[in-house]
Design a protein around this ligand. Structure first.
Ligand SMILES: [Zn+2]
Length: 470
């Protein structure tokens, strides 16, 4: 099945989430997944069913994550796939597609050449499972002209660039923007592009300092996809060399010479394909987010609110936010603390993907990927993005996030009482191997269920162990 280039499995409590990687040839199709009409969706769903039947016949599949590169384009419960009924075609799609009537002598290859598209894209759009077409058949042709995106509340340039598989610089250039500011209602031009995912663009040749060109640029793009922050200028300078070396340092099998060659390519490709296992149900209160399981880059929890608890700072900041259910529980926990003369302060809750990315790229550029990863979560791997986590401290430790907080009266009170309100200390002492994080007596995670929180805490366990994913 040429629609998909591969898959990964993510074990869940009651089955598996299959992460399916769509061929990037179909990226235009995939990006518009929410907009495609029911017929095309049925074609895609049929292809998913066929793929699962052929490749994973003995696995209990709960849901499907459709990926293009590291971009999650859709998350579907498997039970509903392939049984969808015809619905109203969406207007957007009608506008963005042209049609073509098959003539005598046409083949899919000919038609795809005629319209500057590909056979697999044509087949996916039209729900074709073979290359057979007939004269007079109406085929949908993927649009290739530029698209327009009307800026909505909450849009940011970097998020839009990610959504449309563009570089931030490219998006700004196309729209003549010098800064990062956009406004609601602004019409942005999304340039047409048929880019391959970075993993498929990696060149086969050898590159080293002094080289330049598209191949070098492809390497830079791939490294950025891994969390570095290189200028994608196609020039293999000292920075590119340093970052290639940093990447090589992480694998015993690679020479650390800063030269890109076939072996480095192989490991880069592997890293790009395995880097992100993306959660299918990110809003689940029991969602496990760690160095093996990340949140979709476009995941923003609904109902983020500022909990009515003391913070050591007064101005509004994103990090004051929590999901409403977690915020209410935190308020109850803090009220109980106050009753018992325990002075607690909240310092850091929600952390958006963009902020994680900014923090991580600056750290990995300064310290190297491996070191940065020890003390800073890769984008999507921070539990703070769920809106269910809050870092808590007290005046006794000068509002710092330090392990000594665990020894204070406040820290001990928190550990004992948090489960009564549905929270656990997420990174307990002695469980560094399981959680991948140092002991953090300040980091609370809301689980939405007092009983589960109590079970985990009273057994000295972790969320990983509770979910059987340690
Ligand atoms: Zn934290």
């Amino acid at each position: 099945m040429e629609l998909f280039i591969g898959h990964k499995l993510l074990k869940r409590k009651d089955g598996y989430t299959v992460i399916l990687y769509l061929d990037q040839e179909l990226s235009e199709f995939a990006k518009d997944f929410d907009e495609i009409d029911s017929k095309e969706r049925i074609g895609l769903e049929r292809a998913i069913r066929d793929y699962i039947k052929e490749k994973l016949p003995n696995i209990k599949v709960k849901s499907i994550n459709l990926m293009v590169g590291s971009l999650l384009v859709a998350s579907l419960p498997f039970a509903n796939i392939g049984v969808a009924k015809a619905a109203e075609p969406s207007q957007t799609q009608t506008q963005s597609l042209r049609t073509y009537k098959v003539e005598s002598g046409d083949t899919l290859v000919k038609i795809s050449n005629k319209f500057g598209t590909t056979v697999s894209k044509l087949k996916a759009l039209n729900g074709l499972s073979s290359d057979l077409i007939y004269i007079g058949q109406t085929l949908k042709i993927p649009q290739l002209q530029d698209k327009t995106h009307i800026v909505q509340a909450g849009d940011t340039l970097s998020e839009l660039a990610r959504r449309y598989n563009l570089s931030l610089q490219g998006l700004k250039r196309t729209n003549g923007l010098t800064g990062d500011r956009i406004y609601i209602g602004q019409a942005l031009t999304i340039p047409k592009q048929d880019e391959l995912p970075s993993v498929k663009r990696l060149p086969d040749e050898v590159f080293r300092v002094g080289d330049r060109g598209e191949g070098v640029k492809a390497i830079q793009i791939a490294l950025n996809d891994l969390g570095y922050s290189l200028v994608e200028d196609g020039a293999y300078g000292p920075t590119t060399e340093r970052i290639v070396s940093d990447f090589q340092k992480q694998y015993d099998a690679l020479n650390v010479d800063g030269i890109y060659g076939p072996k480095t390519k192989e490991y880069l490709a592997e890293a790009l394909l395995t880097d992100h296992i993306v959660l299918a149900e990110p809003s689940d209160t029991l969602a496990l987010v760690n160095k093996n399981n990340s949140l979709p880059s476009n995941y923003i929890p609904e109902n983020l609110v500022v909990p009515d608890v003391p913070f050591p700072f007064t101005e509004f900041h994103e990090k004051k936010l929590m999901r409403e259910d977690a915020a209410r529980a935190l308020e109850r926990l803090f009220a109980k603390a106050k009753e018992e003369n325990i002075a607690l302060y909240a310092t850091s809750g929600y952390r958006s993907y963009d902020r994680q990315k900014a923090i991580f790229t600056s750290k990995s550029m300064r310290y190297g990927l491996e070191r940065a990863n020890q003390f800073s979560a890769k984008p999507g791997e921070s539990e703070h993005q769920t809106g269910l986590a809050m870092d808590v401290t007290s005046p006794k430790v000068n509002f710092a996030l330090s392990q000594s907080f665990g020894e204070t009266r406040e820290g001990r009170w928190l550990k004992e009482n948090a489960p009564k309100f549905g929270f656990i200390i997420r990174y307990p002492e002695g469980k560094e191997e399981v959680t991948g994080y140092q002991y953090e007596p300040w980091h609370l995670r809301y689980l939405g269920n007092n009983h589960i929180a109590y079970t985990i805490a009273s057994n000295g366990a972790t969320l990983e162990e509770y979910l059987g994913m340690a």
